[in-house]
Design a protein. Structure first.
Length: 239
């Protein structure tokens, strides 16, 4: 069964836009679990423009499902936070400073030695590691050489093709990459621009998908559909 991890960064963005603590990010994390999601994802950035580092510490105290922390492992502050809070999973994303949103995966060939070293740091403490990658066979093969447990397929390319009707064209590189990852013994996550329209098709073509991490689209849907209902609708797409 493919798990749904809900990224609550946008809840923190809304809170930060007004100051104070409304909406309450910790309560949102509690509700994500109560409403049936399989996990909570956060992506703290150095400028703390959405999830703050202390949010991560507070959420860790109440988590009873899977906790996934995404971020740029070249920032020592991020590494220290992950080692301190010990989530079930850390997802390594090659963001640059001030980047609006994640828009590319790791070059696992060029960065093989660096990734192998930093991945071992997390794995020694029992944290499962996933690395964000583009759907390319050579990149997936490079990921396997780093010692990562999983990859997270960056799905913006698929989403763009889907919205203009190129469903089959859009899914092909992801099926190929996921198939190769499976052959190499890697777990497979996916995320970025997955939504209620394109998620089911993606899952149908990669039935061995371990987990999807969805934030922006789900929170937008929650405005109209309600938070609990939106989570349940996303869960249904993964059946």
């Amino acid at each position: 069964m493919t798990k749904l991890s809900v990224n609550i960064n946008k809840i923190a963005t809304l809170r930060n836009s007004r100051g104070g603590n409304n909406p309450d990010v910790v309560k949102a994390a509690i509700d994500v679990q109560r409403f049936g999601a399989d996990g909570v994802t956060v992506h703290p950035r150095p400028d703390e423009r959405h999830i703050r580092y202390n949010d991560v510490r507070e959420i860790k105290k109440i988590i009873c499902t899977e906790f996934n922390i995404e971020g740029n492992c070249t920032e020592q502050k991020f590494v220290d936070l992950v080692l301190e809070t010990k989530p079930e999973q850390v997802t390594l994303v090659p963001d640059t400073l001030g980047q609006l949103t994640s828009d590319h995966g790791w070059d696992t060939i060029k960065n093989k030695d660096y990734l192998r070293n930093i991945i071992s740091v997390f794995k020694k403490t029992g944290i499962r590691v996933s690395i964000f990658v583009d759907p390319e066979i050579k990149i997936v093969e490079g990921a396997a050489a780093t010692g990562t447990d999983r990859i997270e397929l960056y799905t913006e390319g698929y989403a763009k093709e889907y919205v203009i009707g190129n469903w089959e064209l859009g899914i092909q590189p992801y099926v190929a990459a996921a198939t190769r990852a499976k052959e190499l013994g890697l777990g497979i996550n996916a995320g970025h621009d997955l939504d209620l329209h394109n998620l089911k098709f993606f899952k149908q073509h990669i039935p061995w998908l371990d987990e999807v991490s969805i934030g922006h689209a789900l929170i937008c849907d929650a405005i109209y559909l309600g938070f609990e209902n939106a989570i349940q609708l996303y869960k249904r797409q993964l059946m």
